[in-house]
Design a protein around this ligand. Structure first.
Ligand SMILES: [Zn+2]
Length: 333
């Protein structure tokens, strides 16, 4: 049975992006796969009155089930109201849709926004596929994110060896012919907790930690010039907080040389036409760090609430930090 996101209390990205571009901040797009993650996202967003995008990847759909995730998002709207957020601005978004059929099924199933990722296809094929999704989605008032350029890294089933920066000379043609509502571009962000190989980085002589190469702000600024005011999206924008990596490694984990995007660069991007920043790995790291630490300190514990609870608390802290100190989306909803 088809259902409209409007009946679930969700919103599409149109208004939140327009305000974010004008206001010089970015909307957080947090992936979720389970209840604790969703609770933490909603708690942080409700407390900070930040519009928020709940992202569901193909991996999440396989792990948790698409139907269940949709009802969880519906529940999240009600939970947000219970927390005192009168008019929650919550979008349910398909992350990296890989076909027209997947996108259609999400539109029919209560998603308010979808991404069609044709970035691995030849340019004209990407346009044709994106256009087809846009036509269907717009008929249901669902917004569409498209992608030009290729990000390196691994995220669920999305993987590429090398990145290819978005070509600014293509963006006007692409946005005009597809009618997409926002565009994910490649400027050096990357999926996963290992965003760069050690040989791409320098090493801080004091700490011994890897220092990643800077984002290609020149490409971003060229794109902004070509498409003034058009909503731009950054994928793979976790910062891989080293304190989480250290906790994980100190408690039996093994994440050597995990490295992300420095937050000051994301802060700078959020002030530009970048109005959606995707963060997934950081929440995975927070969850894992809290679980590992709790289980090390309390080896006799076997009640999942006793280690998922601290994980949820740490994720609330992380999401709140991102909203307030990196994206600047607090008090915008
Ligand atoms: Zn992505």
């Amino acid at each position: 049975m088809n259902v409209s996101y409007k009946d679930l209390g969700l919103v599409n990205t149109k208004e939140m992006f327009a305000k974010a571009v004008k206001g010089g901040y970015a909307i957080p797009a947090f992936n979720f796969n389970n209840m604790e993650q969703l609770q933490a996202i909603i708690k942080a967003a409700a407390e900070q009155k930040s519009p928020v995008i709940l992202q569901v990847s193909k991996g999440a759909r396989n792990y948790a089930n698409q139907t269940l995730l949709r009802y969880m998002a519906q529940g999240a709207v009600e939970y947000a109201k219970e927390l005192g957020w009168e008019k929650p601005q919550i979008c349910l978004h398909l992350d990296h849709g890989d076909s027209f059929e997947t996108c259609k099924s999400c539109v029919d199933y209560g998603f308010s926004s979808v991404m069609i990722d044709g970035s691995a296809l030849p340019y004209e094929d990407n346009i044709a596929l994106t256009k087809k999704v846009v036509e269907y989605a717009h008929a249901h008032d669902v917004t569409v994110e498209a992608e030009l350029g290729v990000l390196a890294g691994v995220e669920d089933e999305v993987a590429a060896e090398e990145s290819h920066y978005t070509k600014p000379e293509e963006v006007i043609d692409f946005a005009t012919r597809t009618g997409c509502d926002s565009l994910a571009i490649s400027i050096g962000t990357s999926h996963g907790a290992y965003k760069f190989k050690p040989e791409q980085c320098t090493r801080d002589p004091k700490t011994g930690r890897l220092v990643p190469p800077p984002l290609a702000f020149d490409v971003l600024h060229e794109v902004e010039k070509k498409l003034p005011g058009f909503p731009i999206v950054l994928h793979g924008s976790s910062s891989v907080p080293q304190e989480y990596v250290d906790i994980i490694n100190a408690n039996g984990g093994k994440l050597p040389d995990a490295v992300g995007i420095p937050e000051e660069q994301l802060r700078e991007a959020a002030k530009s036409a970048v109005c959606k920043i995707n963060i997934d790995s950081d929440s995975r790291l927070a969850f894992t760090a809290a679980v590992r630490k709790t289980l090390t300190e309390k080896p006799a514990e076997f009640d999942p609430r006793k280690y998922c609870g601290p994980a949820r608390d740490l994720m609330v802290e992380l999401y709140t930090h991102k909203i307030v100190n990196v994206l600047g989306s607090n008090n915008k909803a």
